[in-house]
Design a protein around this ligand. Structure first.
Ligand code: GLP
Length: 241
């Protein structure tokens, strides 16, 4: 793992944006995985600005989301599809055929997962996956205890997120809400991984991810085993290292 620490969240955002833009400049047909959340929201804004500033050609790149909320409409503001569309695809004019997402609703999630990973492979496989980090160490929706050998699957949310989405969407208790996600093995197959974490609320899990044992109790600890994984931290997230 390589670790870069930045004095502020804003300087991290700019560095992450430049790194993404450089990846596309180097490989114009790159397949790039993105994550949603507070951490990546401002990175995505900086990325769109960087693409415009640098006039990087994005006409051949494919973006995909590494995970999706299930049991809601994909037009719901908290669905990963809607977030990535609003934050990246619409501002950059990326058409649907170069924006791949797992579905929010499906009769057969296992089949949808297989089709999704097959399509990523068909396009050359992920050149880079940009990850956020859950406070419990989750990557995508791979919660603690997920086998490192997992491939794309229909998982669960963590309780705080499920409660918030249930509240915001008025989803009754009887209806299942979950998360469909690339598995840890799929994530590790990306040629390059970048994980960003900001703020003191991430400091403890950042320390475990980097300096703790590689254990399925901390899904992100598996990143220690990837040969090209870069971790971007602001000063607060790095404060326990
Ligand atoms: C959600 C997403 C993850 C993301 C995580 C971090 O669980 N499914 O892909 O990494 O949130 O979110 P935040 O950056 O808001 O802490």
């Amino acid at each position: 793992m390589d670790i870069m620490t930045y004095p502020s969240p804003q300087s991290l955002d700019r560095a992450a944006a430049q790194l993404l833009a450089r990846t596309i400049a180097r490989k114009p047909d790159a397949v790039i995985g993105l994550s949603t959340g507070r951490t990546t929201g401002s990175i995505h804004r900086a990325f769109c600005e960087e693409i415009r500033r640098s006039k990087t050609d994005i006409s051949r790149v494919t973006f995909f989301g590494i995970d999706e909320v299930t049991g809601v409409s994909r037009e719901y503001a908290g669905a990963c599809y809607k977030m990535l569309k609003t934050e990246v695809m619409d501002p950059l004019g990326i058409p649907e055929e170069r924006f791949l997402m797992l579905p929010t609703e499906a009769d057969d999630f296992a089949a949808a997962c297989r089709a999704f990973t097959a399509e990523l492979e068909r396009r050359g496989g992920a050149e880079l996956i940009f990850l956020g980090l859950g406070e419990n160490g989750h990557l995508g929706f791979n919660q603690p205890g997920t086998p490192f050998s997992s491939t794309a699957w229909h998982s669960v949310m963590y309780p705080e997120l499920e409660a918030r989405i249930r509240r915001e969407t008025g989803t009754p208790e009887g209806k299942h809400l979950g998360g469909v996600t690339l598995g840890l093995q799929d994530i590790l197959q990306a040629r390059n991984l970048v994980l960003a974490a900001k703020g003191t609320s991430k400091a403890a899990i950042v320390q475990k991810m980097i300096q703790g044992p590689v254990t399925e109790d901390v899904p992100a600890s598996v990143l220690q085993e990837h040969t090209a994984c870069l971790v971007l931290l602001d000063r607060d997230a790095a404060s326990k290292l």
